[in-house]
Design a protein. Sequence first.
Length: 197
Amino acid sequence: MQDNLYSRFVNWSKILLPLAALALLSTVFLLARGGETGTTIPMAELEAIAREPRISAPRFAGITDDGSAIAVSAELMRPDPAASETFIIETIRATVDSPNGGRIEMTAGAGVIDGQARTVELSALARLTTSTGYMMETAGLRAELDSGRIASLGPLEVRAPYGQLTAGRLVIFTEPDGMGQQMVFNDGVRLLYQPQP
């Protein structure tokens, strides 16, 4: 009788234990699959990326001929289909740090990098700030990556440490004699001088 009970127990164990192992194994796979999050990219977005290649948050840096460090970053960059080596950029920021310690920061809503001409053009309300206290707004700026020369593409309004001025054009360049960066305002300059107390 006892042998018969033991035999039945062994026979049932041969059936139940593999079933239990199979149940445990399937729960492991089910739990692993349940942890997935919805990280798939929608097909419409994949098609848009395939149609128009782009780079998010690009950053470029280099040294100009006069030793200034220039850095350009943007929110988005895509190639210009109409011109090779030309890139359209959105929400651009550029900085120029001169060897004598001066710093120029430029921001704009849009711009173009021309790799062949080695220039950056900022448009859609360009702003320029210098470490010497000048703040300027203009319709556009053009920076030469080789020389570090910066020029406005139209009239500008300026807040300076000594007052406010307007001008038709601005050029910033570095003198070859090592005198540092020079700012030249021309084309109808009007100055409202405000003496400091």
